[in-house]
Design a protein around this ligand. Structure first.
Ligand code: C2E
Ligand code: MG
Ligand code: MG
Length: 525
C-alpha cells in the first residue's frame, strides 16, 4: 500500500514539474511572445494582459494542485501508518495491561532462547496463574477484576528487573522471562517470586488475587527447545499444585525423559503381546486350615528382546488409564483360561485394572472369551481388582462386575486397606474375597498398628462373609499368627515365589506327593 502511494506522489510531482518546465521552454524558446502578439492583432477584441495572466498562472495553478495532492497523500499515508501500527499493537499486546500477548511472547522467548545458546546463563520461564480466576466473576464485576489485574501487573513490574520480559499470554495468566547466572538457584528465585506474588492485597471491596507459579528453565547444556515447548513445560507443571497449598512448581526434566521412555516402552508393550513376549507366572495360595493348594495368582512377566526378563513393576504402570489395558487384560485372561484348561486342579486369579473393568464392553468380551473355553468352569477364574488404582465411577464398575458375576466369575479386592474408600467398596461392589496387602503383613508381628490393621481386616472380612487372603507371607511365625487370627488363605515366598507354568505344575505335584510336613503341622507350627 505504502509503496503504491509513494509511486503516486512521485508520478504527480514529475507531471507538475514537467508541465512547469514545458511552459517555461515554450515561452523562452519558441518566440511565444511574438506569437501571442500576432494572435492578438488578429483578435483585437481580446485583452492582452488577461491572456498573459492566464498563461503565466496556469503552470503555477497546476503546481499548486500538485502540491495539494502531495500534501493530501502525505496525510493519508500518515493515517494509514498509524492505523497499521495500532493494528500491529493489537496483534502483539494485551489490550488491558499493554503487555506482550501470547503470540508476541513466543517470538520474544524464541529470541531469548537463541541468545542463551551462546552464553553461560540460564533462561527461566515463569507462568503466573491466578487461582480460581473464573470464580472471581461470581462475586465481582468485570471492572473490579480488570482493576485487580492492573494492580497485579504493577506488582509484577515493581518486583521485576529492567531486563525481565513481562507478558500476559492469557486472560488469567502473566508470564516472566528471566535470565539468571547459571549457578543461581532457580528454587530460590521461585520461592522469592511466589512470596511476593502469593496474595495481592487489594481494597476490601475488590477481589483478592492469589497466584501460583509454574517454572521451567533452559541453558545451553539442554536439548534445543522452542518457545512453545518451553511454555508448555511451565503449564504442564502447574496442575500438580492445583489442589494443595504449594505456591510454585518447577518442571522436572527427568520426569519428561521418563515420560518419553514410557511412550516408547508402551509401544513395545503393544507389540510384545502379539510377539508372544509376555508370559504368566503363578504363585500358589495355601488354604490355612487344610494346607491345600486350590488356587494361584497369575502374575505377568515380559521377556523383553533387549532388556531381558522384566517384572511388572517395570511396565505395569504403562497400562493404567490407557486403552492398552483392555488389550493387555484380555491377553492375561486368555492365558489364565489356557492354564486352567491344562490343569483344572487350581483356580487362577488374574489382576485386572479398574479402567478395564469400567468399560461397558468388559463383560461381553469376557463372555466371548469364556465361550471359547467351554471345558473351563468360570468358577475357576477369579478377577483381582487393584484397590489402590482408585475407582472413580462406582456405578459403572458395579454394573460391569455384576454382569461378570452373572457369568459365574468371582471378584477379589487386591491390596486391601491401602486405598481410601475400602469400606465403601465392600458395600457397593459384588466382592467375594479381600487380599490383605503385603505392606501390612511385613511387620505385623512387631508393629502394633500393623497388627491391629491385619486383625481388623480379618474381622471385617468375616463380618462381611468374605474370604480373606494374606499376601507376602515369608515366615512360619507370620503363618501361625495369621492362622490364629482366622485368615483363610496365604500367599508368599514362604511357600513359593511366582513360577513359570511348567515349574508351577511340577511344584504342585511335588507339594501334593511329598507332603513333606503334615499340612496341619505346617500351618499350626
Ligand atoms: P499383586 O497383585 O499384589 O501381586 C503380589 C505381588 O507381591 C507380586 O509381585 C508377587 O511376586 C509379590 N509377592 C508375593 N509374595 C511375596 C513375598 O512373600 N515377598 C515379597 N517380597 N513379594 C511377594 P509382582 O509379580 O512383581 O507383581 C506386582 C504387581 O503387579 C501385582 O501386585 C499386580 O498389582 C501387578 N500385576 C502383576 N501381574 C499383573 C497383570 O497381569 N495385570 C495387571 N493389571 N497387573 C499385574
Ligand atoms: Mg494381585
Ligand atoms: Mg496385592
Amino acid at each position: 500500500m505504502q509503496e503504491q502511494l509513494r509511486k503516486q506522489i512521485i508520478r504527480d510531482s514529475i507531471i507538475s514539474l514537467a508541465v512547469l518546465v514545458l511552459a517555461t521552454i515554450w515561452f523562452t524558446k519558441y518566440e511565444t511572445f511574438e506569437s501571442i502578439m500576432l494572435f492578438l492583432q488578429q483578435h483585437e477584441s481580446w485583452e492582452l494582459d488577461e491572456l498573459f495572466l492566464v498563461l503565466l498562472l496556469s503552470p503555477a495553478i497546476l503546481l499548486w494542485f500538485a502540491m495539494r495532492r502531495f500534501r493530501d497523500a502525505l496525510t493519508q499515508n500518515r493515517q494509514r501508518v498509524l492505523a497499521e501500527q495500532e493494528f500491529q499493537n493489537k496483534l502483539k499486546f494485551d489490550s488491558l495491561t499493554g503487555l506482550p500477548n501470547n503470540a508476541f511472547l513466543e517470538s520474544l522467548l524464541d529470541e531469548k532462547i537463541e541468545a542463551i545458546n551462546n552464553s553461560n546463563n540460564t533462561l527461566v520461564f515463569v507462568i503466573i496463574s491466578i487461582v480460581k480466576y473464573e470464580a472471581l466473576y461470581e462475586c465481582h464485576s468485570s471492572q473490579e477484576i480488570d482493576d485487580s489485574l492492573i494492580k497485579l501487573r504493577n506488582r509484577i513490574s515493581d518486583i521485576s528487573d529492567l531486563d525481565w520480559i513481562i507478558a500476559k499470554p492469557s486472560r488469567n495468566r502473566f508470564a516472566l522471562v528471566i535470565e539468571i547466572p547459571e549457578e543461581k538457584n532457580i528454587e530460590v528465585l521461585a520461592h522469592k517470586l511466589s512470596e511476593q506474588l502469593k496474595f495481592i492485597p487489594l481494597n476490601t471491596s475488590e477481589p483478592v488475587i492469589q497466584c501460583k507459579l509454574g517454572l521451567t528453565y533452559f541453558n545451553d547444556n539442554d536439548e534445543p527447545i522452542s518457545s512453545v515447548n518451553m511454555m508448555m513445560q511451565a503449564y504442564e507443571a502447574l496442575p500438580k499444585i492445583q489442589h494443595d497449598d504449594t505456591a510454585y512448581t518447577i518442571f522436572q526434566k527427568a520426569e519428561e525423559a521418563n515420560k518419553l521412555n514410557d511412550c516408547k516402552l508402551r509401544k513395545e508393550l503393544s507389540s510384545a503381546i502379539s510377539n508372544n513376549e509376555l508370559v504368566l507366572h503363578f504363585q500358589p495360595q495355601v488354604v490355612l486350615n487344610s494346607g491345600e493348594i486350590l488356587s494361584a495368582e497369575a502374575l505377568v512377566r515380559w521377556n523383553h528382546p533387549e532388556k531381558g526378563f522384566l517384572t511388572p513393576d517395570k511396565f505395569i504402570h504403562l497400562i493404567d488409564h490407557h486403552p492398552i489395558s483392555s488389550f493387555f487384560g484380555e491377553w492375561v485372561i486368555e492365558a489364565a483360561l489356557n492354564q486352567i484348561k491344562k490343569d483344572a486342579r487350581v483356580a487362577i486369579s488374574v489382576n485386572i485394572t479398574v479402567c478395564h473393568i469400567e468399560r461397558a464392553e468388559f463383560s461381553q468380551s469376557l463372555a466371548k472369551l469364556l465361550s471359547r473355553y467351554p471345558m473351563v468352569s468360570p468358577s475357576k477364574l477369579k478377577i483381582e481388582l487393584t484397590e489402590s488404582a482408585g475407582i472413580t465411577d462406582y456405578k459403572k464398575v458395579a454394573l460391569s462386575m455384576k454382569a461378570c458375576t452373572a457369568l459365574g466369575i468371582r471378584f477379589s479386592l487386591d491390596d486391601f486397606g491401602t486405598g481410601y474408600s475400602a469400606l465403601n467398596q465392600l458395600r457397593v461392589l459384588p466382592i467375594a474375597q479381600i487380599k490383605i496387602d503385603r505392606s501390612f503383613i511385613r511387620n505385623f508381628l512387631t508393629d502394633q498398628t500393623d497388627f491391629m490393621m491385619v486383625s481388623s481386616l480379618i474381622g471385617l472380612a468375616s463380618n462381611f462373609n468374605l474370604e480373606v487372603v494374606a499376601e507376602g507371607v515369608e515366615t512360619l511365625e507370620q503363618l501361625a499368627k495369621l492362622n490364629d487370627l482366622g485368615c483363610h488363605k496365604v500367599q508368599g515366598f514362604l511357600f513359593s515365589k511366582p513360577l513359570s507354568a511348567p515349574e508351577f505344575v511340577s511344584w504342585i505335584n511335588e507339594y501334593n506327593e511329598l507332603n513333606f510336613l503334615p499340612k496341619k503341622q505346617v500351618i499350626r507350627q
